[in-house]
Design a protein around this ligand. Structure first.
Ligand SMILES: Cc1ncc(COP(=O)(O)O)c(C=O)c1O
Length: 394
């Protein structure tokens, strides 16, 4: 199977040498029958865990009822999910797509159209942060201010400017009469679980208000309860003009969403933007089940509690292995551990011992388990990481 994979798939991903064939809760099994604790969560996607009975039930029922019709028609599940998202956030309106990159493309288009309609026809620049990650389409990879993702794809679209993350002065200097929006992850995920100072997001809000620039929060990784609040912006006490979601929104069924205030959203008119699959009955029915379950079962609070326990355990590991672990940081169940040894070795050592983990940034072990994870799984993951670090460090 691995030989065929090497032969027939475009080699865009460095894959781990296993194939996962089944999952339940926070556990998965590979094709050889070996069990793993899944602290990758499908890269922060499977917030309710694998094979959640409510998700499976909705999928069965909706697949057998109506899968797809297109946005030529009203779609009740889409309307209900949009209504729920608006009732639980700053937003008034939602546009649905199929991935994080598409949600950000929509945000960029919306911000540019809005800036132009507010009066300045040359207002189209997007300021984004170094080390950020916003997707792989041409516009979103350009918004992703990391040259390693750009190499070979030039010419890149124009109208993007980069500034260091967590540096308000740099944003202030960079905003000019051509700036349409500032695009930022409230915590940088792929970039290394980088948490800004408490004053950063409020500072960005203030700068945007003073200059008439829109503020876009990319909550594709941090949203849906992952950081201990439904939306990560709640920690900062400010709201954006536009927010993007994807990943956990339908627990693994592809979906993206761009949320905005009425004032911003009204610049989209029939024909301005669109998507064939976006918001179809299947994806939005699942999204509806995921969102209701997340709220009813208070999973953001659980993420906060489990995340605190996980960080406590990892800090204890750090105190016992100061030579291997530099820093432990995170919010809720988005946790990073900076290592002194190559992170790839630690990932393999964890996998061999039955724990699947992610990496981020240059040398950070990233943990994004499902939000339904329990104490026993958290304790076990920390134990495996400790043993793996001992082995990788030896
Ligand atoms: C913050 C953020 N934005 C955007 C994306 C892109 O999402 P997708 O891979 O669904 O296009 C990701 C994916 O990792 C992400 O973490």
């Amino acid at each position: 199977m691995i030989e065929w994979s090497d032969k027939h798939l475009m080699t865009t991903a460095k894959r781990y040498p296993i194939a996962l064939v089944r999952g339940e809760g926070a556990r998965v099994w590979d094709s050889e029958g070996k069990e793993y604790l899944d602290f990758t969560g499908g890269i922060a996607v499977t917030a309710l865990g694998h094979s959640h009975p409510k998700v499976v039930g909705t999928m069965r029922e909706q697949a057998a009822t109506l899968l797809h019709v297109s946005n030529l028609f009203h779609i009740p599940q889409q309307v209900q999910l949009a209504k729920l998202l608006c009732e639980h956030s700053f937003a008034d309106r939602v546009f649905f797509s199929n991935s994080g990159a598409e949600a950000n493309e929509t945000a960029i288009k919306l911000a540019r159209k809005c800036a132009k309609e507010r009066g300045a026809s040359d207002r189209g620049d997007i300021i984004s942060m170094r080390g950020g990650f916003h997707g792989r389409t041409l516009a979103t990879v350009t918004a992703t201010a990391q040259e390693k993702y750009h190499h070979g794809y030039e010419p890149l679209p124009g109208g993007f400017k980069y500034v260091p993350f967590n540096d308000l002065r740099a944003v202030e200097r960079s905003i000019d009469s051509r700036t349409a929006a500032v695009l930022v992850e409230p915590i940088q995920g792929e970039g290394g679980i980088n948490i800004p100072d408490d004053s950063y997001l409020p500072g960005l809000r203030k700068l945007c208000d003073e200059t008439g620039v829109l503020l876009i929060f990319d909550e594709i990784q941090t949203g849906m309860g992952r950081t201990g609040k439904l939306w990560c912006y709640e920690h900062a006490g400010v709201t954006p003009d536009i927010m993007t979601l994807a990943k956990a929104l339908a627990n693994g069924v592809p979906i993206g969403a761009t949320l905005a205030t009425e004032e911003v959203a009204q610049v989209f008119t029939p024909g301005s933007h669109g998507s064939t699959f976006g918001g179809n009955p299947f994806a939005t029915a699942v999204g509806l089940t995921v969102f209701t379950t997340l709220v009813e079962e208070r999973l953001p609070e659980r993420a906060e509690r489990m995340g605190r326990l996980l960080r406590e355990r990892l800090l204890a590991v750090r105190s016992r292995h100061p030579g291997a672990v530099k820093e432990v940081r995170g919010r809720g169940l988005l946790v990073g551990m900076d290592l002194t040894t190559p992170v790839g070795d630690a990932v393999s050592a964890c996998r061999e011992r039955g724990l699947l983990v992610l990496t981020a940034g240059d040398n950070t072990l990233r943990l994004a388990p499902p939000l339904i994870v329990d104490e026993a799984a958290v304790e076990r993951a920390a134990e495996i990481i400790e043993r793996a670090l001992g082995a990788a460090h030896a």
